[in-house]
Design a protein around this ligand. Sequence first.
Ligand code: SF4
Length: 496
Amino acid sequence: MFSSRQKAEVHIEKQASWLKYPHKLNLYDQPPLEDITVEEFESCAIDRLRVLAEIESSFARNRPFDELKTITLAQCEKYLPMASNTAITVDRDAQRWKDVVGHFVLRLAFCRSEELRRRFVKAELTLFRVRYDNCSPSEIKDFLESRDFGWTQVDGAEKTKYFTQLRALSIQKAAPQQKAPPTDVEHLEEFHKVRWTRVPDLVERRKVFLQGGWAYVPAREQASIVFQEFQSRLENSLEMTAKALPRLDEDTRLIPILENLSQGFLAGVPSEWSAPEGSGEEIRADMIDELSRKHFPMCMRNLHDNLRRDHHLKHFGRLQYGLFLKTLGLSIEEALLFWRRSFSGYTDDQFNKNYKYNIRHSYGLEGRRANYPGKSCQQILTSDQPGSNDSHGCPYRHFSPDNLQTALLSMYASQGLTTADLPEIITTVKAGHYHVACTRVFEITHAMQGVKKGEGIGGGESVTHPNQYTTTSRQIERALVESVKMEVDGDVHMET
Ligand code: SF4
């Protein structure tokens, strides 16, 4: 007779066998063959890229694997959920289909140069490792049994022949756990044999027994073979995709999407930010000086300081700053007031003639009447490169290291940034992780409000948009004010 638990397991197994994608883990050897709309093509890839970009940021921050795993799983939950086979009420095939489509689109975007391929493989392999680590033993077993990984199980006769050497590997494992090493073949763990070239990392770490060109891999290191297989398959596929890609170059719908996606590692993938209408979040012209001191990221703080100093900003500076303020909740009336007062050296006539139209245009009130959103870090970092007299752009990327250090101290010393913080920030900048440096500055300048190192703008996420930086900073301040208010109210109640 079956117990109810066994019956449930049989039911789940049957259900899994009906699925088009029966496993959470995937080696991505079958591209999706059905029709995909351009919207699906883009959205599946962007959601996957959000997860991979956060993995890249974690590398830049030297996060230990456990921390990286927690952050990656949180990102996956948001953008790329992947239920296990026990979740029978969830559309697992739809989730896995999205996972597969996103992977294959990003292959197209990241196969274009050796550098992009290397970074993509590293991030994808890490995502695979995180998922593998998060699977139940039965999910891993089912996945491993569904594929041919080219290994041979070591039988009893061979175990007896190499008992001493295999036992030595088991002792390596037993030592930290204080378990007695096996005394006979019966109690020896399982071993698999593969060509030693397939597990170079295990050979390097002396985790295998080598004999006649074979590596004898203990069961607990089996995952290394799987990871190695994943990596070499992906590397080969990316090279093949790169060779096939020129044929895609004629497709004017897809090429801009792919080019945009491949920038994703530079500054993460921004979420859409728009001015919150009627939410009480609106700002007024006379609030901006204070807001800039307390809540602005360096790019906007730099623009504001230049505006105050020169009473003028050049075109791209006005555009970058104006859209940021609009997205923050500055109405058109307040924007005209703010810019008019800021351009104090100009007459009303000059202002109306030269600047008013562009301000109204950015609010969608002139010309094409398009409602332009605030620029993301990726756009600021990659488009309209500033010249030496310009003040737009991202200081982490566009300032020299010396100027950056001086500017950081002058802008953020009052919020707790010290010279001791500079080496870490400059190292991150020199490695090309500008938005990670910006995230670190956010953490330092909000440490007094309880933000810890590694927390980013919440849950370990990196800054990907200047408006997200400012909105989060204001939310933290508001939450703090609320909690102080509640404490004071509590004390008053106690006294009365
Ligand atoms: Fe601004 Fe983004 Fe650069 Fe930070 S990383 S300074 S938010 S552009």
